[in-house]
Design a protein around this ligand. Structure first.
Ligand code: NFE
Ligand code: MG
Length: 629
């Protein structure tokens, strides 16, 4: 047995440490531990603040999934106070969210996960003409009929998108050659380019994806112009409790939202669609088909056992979450839990997730058995409204408190709590959303909306291409990665759909963006509780607020990467990361590329999961706001 430590895991957001116990004879991972190694305490920072400011602080939980914590927080406070936002605000928030999904998934695939699959070194052997032919042929096998009810398919200022030509790929290959031959690999340094897995794909796939990797470095900012137009900036666009802060006027060229600004959003939305269709999907399909067909389909973890989602994209305004209104008219009804999808879609078991489950103290809870926190009652699982964030750092099993050798899998070993549904672990994320929607539609539990139909068609089309049943390819590292790309395609159309709804609503004369009826604290009840749900790029997100006498009495965020990266639990077993590592075979223990690949397939965000730290508790810096001090 060999104990391997990977710390820090790079190409993720935040600080993640992995420890693996590997049987050297078989290459099998016997046990695995995932630890969030930084603690941030944003839930404590929120205490006693004005609930109308909560979104602003909560949004700073993460700069990668910017916007999502603002949305979760706004929905929680608006739920507590019974605030209904105007139509335009709902459409704009949906556009901001869908743009975030498109950009976040593209960045993840190219800049965080891509080099687990393709290598700049292997790309040098490719034939540029064959690479161009490859890109043009891959998509022909994947034909999807998109039936989105979009009336104005506008393209205000179409941007030039690089076509797959021999010259394009030759230029990029020369650029990569210069980098490799200089011996200074820069952003490609410190990687296991000699790992045998890089030989699985032909050189043309490496060159195709590497070209898009470099191109996306330049394009990623263009994909979130909607955040800048509607929210003033990215990262961390502005909102207001009750709606959006951007006034709309078609007559005033200085208004935050006018025809010119809408054309900028339109351009950005169409660019996202092109990036997904011309870059992301061909790369993914080429890579994943070869991996699946060569039998590399491990890394399912608990996805075949249990996945969870909350649903998103309200079609119209709603009066709250805990009263059930939020779930009544969603475009993407990935709300619910699916168990045993590994038995096939007809045998999978679907459980509803309803408003009454949100207020039931036994349905959604968090435990801290292996987390560096204490609860009043040891071993308890607490509902987020009763949640406690009280840090208690106990150090490692071997080494010192500030210099670890090995963490203690039998004791506390992570700053991440353990979220549970009915006392059980669940995976969240794009794969979870697709499993839930696919099961609900195929079992006749719901008639699909246009986007749900698209999602089912995507899964059926890929299953046909791979000649495998969905549960045979989806429940794996490759499946998790491929489904995220399918979701980016769906989100790009959702983006166009809500943009169309927004311009039609403005056209009809409605320019309202905020409902300020309950802005004044005197209109609030002395005590109120709320929850805000959102399908963030990495999965189901929930923010929970308790308001007393106009202030936040308790605030808890239960975040996607917390569900996925959580430490084990003596009753609930292993969480998604740990289980998926145990489920993965490794060729070279000292170069566990397969482990990086399976963990990256979840798109880890540890900043989110552990919501500055100095291990010795010293003051890091002092900032005086008084200029004369
Ligand atoms: Ni910081 Fe985030 C949230 C997580 S969403 S990245 O919420 O986990 O994708
Ligand atoms: Mg939390």
């Amino acid at each position: 047995m060999k104990r391997i430590v990977v710390d820090p895991v790079n190409r993720i957001e935040g600080h993640l440490r992995l420890e693996l116990i590997i049987d050297e004879a078989t290459g099998k991972v016997q046990d695995a531990l995932s630890s969030g190694t930084a603690w941030r305490g944003i839930e404590i920072i929120l205490k006693d603040r004005d609930p109308r400011d909560a979104w602003l602080f909560a949004q700073r939980i993460c700069g990668v999934c910017t916007t999502v914590h603002a949305l979760g927080s706004l929905r929680a406070v608006e739920d507590a106070l019974g605030i209904e936002i105007p139509k335009n605000a709902n459409y704009i928030r949906n556009i901001i969210a869908a743009s975030q999904v498109v950009q976040d998934h593209l960045i993840h695939f190219y800049h965080l996960h891509g080099l687990d699959w393709v290598s700049p070194v292997a790309a040098l052997k490719a034939d540029p003409a064959a690479t161009a032919a490859l890109q043009n042929s891959v998509l022909e096998k994947y034909t999807i009929n998109i039936d989105a009810p979009i009336e104005y398919d506008t393209k205000a200022y179409p941007k030039d998108f690089p076509k797959a030509t021999t010259i394009y790929f030759r230029d990029i290959q020369n650029k990569i050659k210069q980098i490799v031959e200089s011996g200074q690999l820069g952003l490609f340094a410190a990687h296991w380019w000699d790992h045998p897995d890089y030989e699985l794909l032909p050189p043309e796939v490496h060159l195709m994806a590497m070209a898009h990797y470099l191109n996306m470095l330049d394009r990623q900012r263009d994909l979130v112009y909607s955040h800048v137009v509607f929210g003033g900036k990215n990262p961390h666009p502005h909102y207001v409790v009750g709606g959006m802060p951007c006034s709309i006027s078609m007559n005033d060229m200085n208004a935050p939202v006018n025809t010119e600004r809408l054309a900028i959003v339109d351009t950005s939305i169409n660019l996202g669609l092109d990036a997904v269709n011309y870059f992301y999907l061909p790369d993914l399909l080429a890579i994943c088909e070869i991996y699946v067909k060569s039998g590399n389909i491990d890394g399912a973890g608990i996805a075949g056992k249990r996945v969870l989602g909350f649903g998103d994209y309200p079609e119209d305004t709603y009066s709250g979450t805990t009263n059930g209104s939020y779930h009544k008219n969603l475009l993407l009804r990935s709300d619910g839990i699916v168990e045993n999808f590994d038995q096939g879609v007809s045998k999978a078991v679907f459980h509803n997730f309803e408003a009454k489950d949100l207020v039931d103290s036994a349905v959604i809870t968090e435990g801290v058995e292996h987390s560096w926190y204490t609860y009043n009652q040891a071993g308890a699982d607490l509902h987020p409204w009763d949640g406690i964030t009280d840090p208690q750092y106990t150090g490692p099993k071997e080494g010192t408190k500030t210099n670890w050798k090995y963490l203690d899998e039998n004791g506390k070993y992570s700053w991440i709590k353990t979220p549970k549904w009915q006392g059980k672990m669940a995976e969240v994320g794009p794969l979870a959303r697709y499993i839930i929607v696919y099961t609900k539609v195929k079992q006749g539990i719901m008639q699909p909306t246009w986007v749900e139909k698209l999602m089912v068609d995507q899964i059926d089309q890929v299953s046909k291409m791979l000649n495998l049943l969905p549960e045979k390819w989806m429940l794996s590292t490759v499946g998790r990665t491929l489904v995220r790309g399918l979701e980016a395609q769906a989100a790009a159309y959702i983006n166009k759909y809500y943009f169309d709804k927004l311009i039609k609503n403005i056209h009809n004369g409605d320019t309202s963006v905020a409902n300020m009826d309950k802005w004044d604290i005197s209109k609030w009840p002395s005590e109120a509780k709320g929850v805000g749900l959102h399908e963030a790029p990495r999965g189901g997100l929930s923010h929970w607020v308790v308001i007393k006498d106009g202030k936040i009495a308790n605030y808890q965020a239960v975040v996607p990467s917390t569900w996925n990266a959580c430490p084990r639990d003596s009753k609930a077993g292993y969480g998604p990361y740990e289980a998926s590592m145990i489920d993965t075979k490794i060729k070279i223990p000292e170069k566990p590329l397969e482990i990086l690949r399976v963990i990256h397939s979840f798109d880890p965000c540890l900043a989110c999961a552990t919501h500055l730290y100095n291990a010795e508790g010293k003051q890091l810096s002092v900032v005086y706001s008084d200029a004369y001090k």
